[in-house]
Design a protein around this ligand. Structure first.
Ligand SMILES: *Cc1c(COP(=O)(O)O)cnc(C)c1O
Length: 351
């Protein structure tokens, strides 16, 4: 089976090899306070910085999920209120989870076909602006160009959920203060680990707020990370796997080129007039490069998903209210070119 599910997704084909090494090297029973672990953790961070072009003065932390990152931000970085600008289910969930911790959170929703516009920004200063760069539920994205415009217009901190894009496309990380992603999407790894990237301004905000109430208070995480450690027993195995993936992976610009080329192939594939399926997002400017959402009549969606499974492909279910009218196709770097060609051949018969 080849998984085109946009998370948990197909893992890099070398993962079984890394697992064998991990077992042989005792990584699975490794103490998280040991020098051996600190070496792996440090090397993982150094490689992430190098391969993803993380600004030198930014900090990298390990968490267990993107959901945990939402809570860390709410606890440790939101001063009075955050403003969440979103057009889909994950952006909404982030807002909902934040509201339970900081009840003054505000939401600004926009249409999924609509490009991010500066007029959408809150009129009153938000201390933390929360943006979902790649909305996995509907297959939309906020471009680097839009992020650039937002950065110029906003004084507060900017936090970006890049769970289904970080590691797959080039993101100009200077344009925000917090970035995070769990590894079961674009990083092609098993779930149970997230990477959180913070600017010096984010760390300063954490100092100002001084939240020490939680095991995952950002200040505590930062203190532990000075020694390449975490505040609880982390997913040592996944950190090791991430280190191995980062060792093998090309720099993000190269991966971005591959992903963009494949995206354009998919775009051309779905451009046939008269087909029984179409891309949900009509505006190419806001279409995600890493998650394609395909729209069809519900019986046809059900048929394609079932037949795909029989043919050895797992397609992504439509998310939330889009469940019966769409299916999703991940365009993540761990997926092989030949598998994409084969999925296209399969889908051709159902157009
Ligand atoms: C998958 C996903 C999440 C949730 O990730 P977890 O690791 O399950 O917490 C959050 N945001 C986006 C955009 C996602 O795609």
């Amino acid at each position: 089976m080849v998984s085109f599910y946009p998370g948990p997704s197909e893992v890099y084909s070398k993962v079984p090899l890394y697992l064998k090494d991990a077992y042989a090297q005792g990584v699975m029973s490794m103490n998280h306070r040991s020098a051996e672990f600190m070496t792996i953790s440090q090397r993982c961070v150094v490689l992430l910085k190098e391969k993803l072009k993380i600004p030198e003065d930014y900090h990298v932390f390990f968490a267990s999920s993107a959901t945990e990152c939402w809570e860390i931000i709410a606890q440790s970085l939101v001063q009075k209120h955050s403003v969440h600008i979103f057009n889909g289910a994950f952006g909404k969930k982030w807002f909902d989870y934040t509201q339970r911790i900081k009840s003054d959170a505000r939401a600004i929703e926009f249409d999924q076909q609509e490009k991010f516009d500066l007029n959408m920004l809150p009129r009153h200063e938000a201390d933390t602006l929360c943006i979902t760069q790649n909305e996995t539920s509907n297959g939309t994205q906020v471009s680097n160009r839009s992020l650039h415009a937002i950065r110029k217009a906003i004084k507060g901190l900017i936090a970006v959920d890049a769970t289904s894009s970080l590691g797959g496309v080039w993101l100009d990380l200077q344009l925000a203060d917090v970035w995070f992603a769990s590894v079961q999407k674009c990083f092609g790894l098993p779930a149970g680990l997230a990477v959180m990237i913070c600017s010096p301004a984010a760390l300063q905000r954490a100092q100002t707020i001084g939240d020490h109430a939680h095991y995952n208070s950002l200040l505590f995480m930062a203190e532990m990370m000075e020694h390449w450690q975490t505040s609880c027993t982390p997913n040592v195995l996944d950190i090791y796997l991430l280190m191995r993936v980062m060792e093998d992976n090309k720099p993000i610009e190269k991966i971005d080129t591959t992903i963009t080329t494949r995206y354009h192939k998919w775009e051309a594939f779905f451009k046939h007039p008269g087909d029984r399926f179409n891309l949900l997002i009509k505006n190419p400017a806001v279409r995600s490069r890493t998650v394609l959402t395909v729209e069809a009549a519900p019986p046809h969606v059900a048929l394609i998903k079932e037949k795909a499974r029989e043919a050895g492909f797992i397609l992504g279910e439509g998310y939330g209210e889009l469940k019966s009218t769409t299916f999703r196709i991940a365009n993540f770097p761990a997926i092989k070119r030949t598998d994409i060609t084969q999925l296209m051949e399969f889908l051709h018969d159902y157009r």
